[in-house]
Design a protein around this ligand. Sequence first.
Ligand SMILES: Cc1cc2nc3c(=O)[nH]c(=O)nc-3n(C[C@H](O)[C@H](O)[C@H](O)COP(=O)(O)O)c2cc1C
Length: 221
Amino acid sequence: MKLLHVDSSPKGEHSNSRALSRYFVDRLGERVPDLEIDYLDVAAEPLSPPSGLFTRAIYTPPPERTDEMNVELAASDRLCERALDANALVMAMPMHNFSMPAAFKAFVDNLVRVGVTYTFNEDGRPVGRFGRHRVLFITSRGADLRAGGPMAHMDALTPALRAAFGFIGVSAPEFVDAQPLQFADRAAHEAALARAKAELDGVAREWGGGLPAQGSEKQKA
Ligand SMILES: Cc1cc2nc3c(=O)[nH]c(=O)nc-3n(C[C@H](O)[C@H](O)[C@H](O)COP(=O)(O)O)c2cc1C
């Protein structure tokens, strides 16, 4: 399995979403011995938001692009190649003002590319190229926006991720949302992290084909 692991929190070592994505990758590595990891930190190495030139270049057919346009698209081209080259994506982010942080939005804007990560079929419908990728989003939230709660309607992050990645072919992404982590007492914070870790264990088990983790009691027996 080749995994593209993306972190996007600006909080470095103090980040909840980074700790959770690291936890997941460690659990996955115990189950998938040939796990290959391509790591991308879009907070430390930010992608540029679309410039005027970029927006013209992406809709210009490749043979007609100027050298200037090709230079402008180079980082996005490389990003798309990296993501298409993987067969699994884990993307971790904090919720910022009810949606994704700006660094992750720039990542999305550089990844959703006509003719590269999606094309149109004969009926004019978009066809994404990530239909075979396993995809997991790990999000961390200060408040509790879980379904059924009073703040659930304010979660603009989950639908935004579903729409953008659905457009490039991801039909069944998995979500592990750690919440509430900030506007909560210590017990609720700890419980939220424990819930998220249990869910991440489940995704690692599923992605590992249900095999026991290497080094676990079952494996040793
Ligand atoms: C600029 C900013 C905006 C935030 N907006 C929200 C928000 O809209 N809803 C929410 O639940 N938490 C919000 N938070 C809290 C973070 O989502 C929360 O602390 C999260 O655990 C941070 O994850 P991280 O440690 O990986 O950065 C915000 C935090 C910051 C810094």
